[in-house]
Each structure stands twice: as structure tokens, then as C-alpha cells.
Ligand binder design. Sequence first.
Ligand SMILES: [Zn+2]
Length: 398
Amino acid sequence: MSPPQESAAPAGTAFSTTSSQAEEYTIVQTAPRKKTKQVAVLDEDGPLIDTTEALAKNSKKLARLQKKQQKKQAKSSFKVHNFLDLPAELLQEILGHLRPSDVRRVAQLNTATRDFIQQNETSIAKDIIERRYWVLRRCFPLPLAFEDVEEPSRAALLNPRWQERTGINKKPYSHIKALDAQDVCSCPSCLLAWNNLNVVLDFEHFQWNLDHREPIPMIPRGSNPEWNRELTESHARTVEKAMGSPLCYAAILEMHLNSILGTLLRQARFPPKVPIHRHNKPTAAAPAKTAHPIRLYQVTEKDASTEEDSFLERDGRPSYEMPFHRDNYYNLLAYVPNRKWSREEQRWVYYAAGAHERDLAWVRDRFMPVTLPAAYVPEGSHEEFAAKSQAAMATESR
Ligand SMILES: [Zn+2]
């Protein structure tokens, strides 16, 4: 081992030794002396005390920094104690990014939050729907409330001849509560809109059965058990509520998006169980063709994670027929009605907008009663209204 090299000390530093040999060193100044901390050695074994004076802080830059810091501290003293302390525009923006089901949960926080959401429901729901359910909104329009239909058309809609014809669209469905013509517009497009939204809720109700390959209870033809009556009535109440509550409507669209994703990704999320051989030996894995070889709209779990319906804009299969029976749910992949694929433009064309007005004019042209039943004249005298209606008819037939 080589002896410690005492000359290893850096040049220009004071150095003292405590060795018994007490050698003397000549310090050669080779470089300009740097300003070093003055360390007073009071006691060689005691602690070192820093006696360096603090530098005078007196620069413009420092003054600026101090001013900035003071400002920052003043700002941070304004604290948000409550969710509702945020500016209204910011609150609305935040809520517009949530799922409808989340907004419903937030509304349960307290009365003030619920009131804020109720007061701003239309704009919050509009933001959510435009952001997340751009496609579904066009495919599942809301039916109009009967009270929002103008007077001459009301009479035509309630014409017994028209109501008898609409019966074809109501009676055969055991999974949909028939529309009440006194509450909801019964023009062809509103009838379809009513049926579609009720089916969406019913289809969602049986997702658990479909995911777990449990049969959906079937109803014998001509009967309507209590559980089915309650279920369809509850769906009808929800649709009626959605007609007056944009957030409730958004919640229906959210449910349907979940049903579509659940159906398209079911094979991956709930793979069929490999049957066990009677001697407890697993049989061969199910052949690949039992899984859907082509996934509709090429949907992936990544698409599902966005919780938006933009994947439905890809080329896929049009839905021309409503699931008219719960039996149809087993094979239903994605029910997205009211649109067709344009080969020329390579995009979906949505055609539900404006259908209510066109259909209402059609019903008015054919079913306007000449004499109106007293029950349908809410204001003014019966004769006055009949005369008005006849005048309207005469204008139309010209
Ligand atoms: Zn209508």
C-alpha cells in the first residue's frame, strides 16, 4: 500500500496538519485567490460556525421577483371552498364534458348543485350530446309532445280513422307500451321515434341476460304479465320525461351506446365458456368461427374507452327494421336506424330531421275531420274552431 499523499491538497488553500511530525508547508499562490467562506476555527474538535455575512440583496431583478411572489401569494389567498364558487361558465363547461350519468350523480351532491344543473340543463345536455352522441342524436330523435302540435293538426291526429290506422304500429308489440295519442304526437315519424326509444330502453334492460347467455323471458302471445306491464310502463315514463328533459334524453343515448358497445364487443368481453367433458377433461377450444369474424364498424376497446359514438360513422350495416320482438335481441348487433350509407359520398346520410313536419302535413291532408269532436276544442267555441279548420283545409286543397 502506498502512503497517503499529503500533497494532494488543492493549490491555494490553507492547510494545517495535526500530525506529530508538525511539518511546515510553504503555500505557493499559483492562481488569484478565490473568495471563500471565512471559517473561524474556534476549537478544532468543536463545531464549525459560519460567520459569513449575508450578501446585500439589492438588485432590480430581485425586486421584480419579490413583487411577483407577493402577487402570487395574494392570488392564492382566494380559495374555492365550494364547487359552486367556480364561475358559472366554467362549471357549465366542466359538466358538459361529463357523462349524463355522472351529471345525475353530481346533481345529488346538494340542493344548490341540483338547482344549478336544472337551470342550465339545456346547455349542459347540448354540450354532452354534441360531444358524445353526435350520431345517435340523429338516429333517435324525440317524438313531439301532443301539446306542442298546432291546433288543426291535433284534430287530424285524433281522428278515429287515423288512430285506427296507427293501431297497426302499436298493438303487436309486447315490449313497448302503446303511445297515448293525447300525450304524444302520433304522426308516423313520432310513432317510430316513440317505439325506437322504448326499444332502446328495453334492449338495455336485457343486456345482462345477453352478456351471460341467460334466456330472456318470453311472453305467450296474447298475454301481458304484471312484470312486463310494469317494465314497459317504466320505459314509457322515461321516454315521456326525456321529451321535456334534455339530460334524461342524453342518458337514454348513453345507455344505447353502452348496449351497442356491449353487443359488438361481447365475444371478447364474455367469451363462451369452454365446455367441460364428462370426465372433467376440457374439450377442444371452441372453433374461431363462433366469434364474429368481422366486427361491425371495426370497433375496438379503444373506441369503447372514448365513450363517444364517432365509430358509428364508419361503414357498417344499416338498420332498416326495428326489433319488433325480444327474440330479435339475440341477433341484434347495433340498432342505428334513420340513416343509409351513400356509396357515392362514402358516408351515412341521416334523414330523420324534418320528418315530423312532413308527416304531420300528410296526416293533416288526409285526416282532417270536417266536424270536430268537442273534446278536441281547448279554446274558443266549437263552431269557431271548425270554421277555422275548414278554412285551413280549403287553403291547402287549393
Ligand atoms: Zn309527429
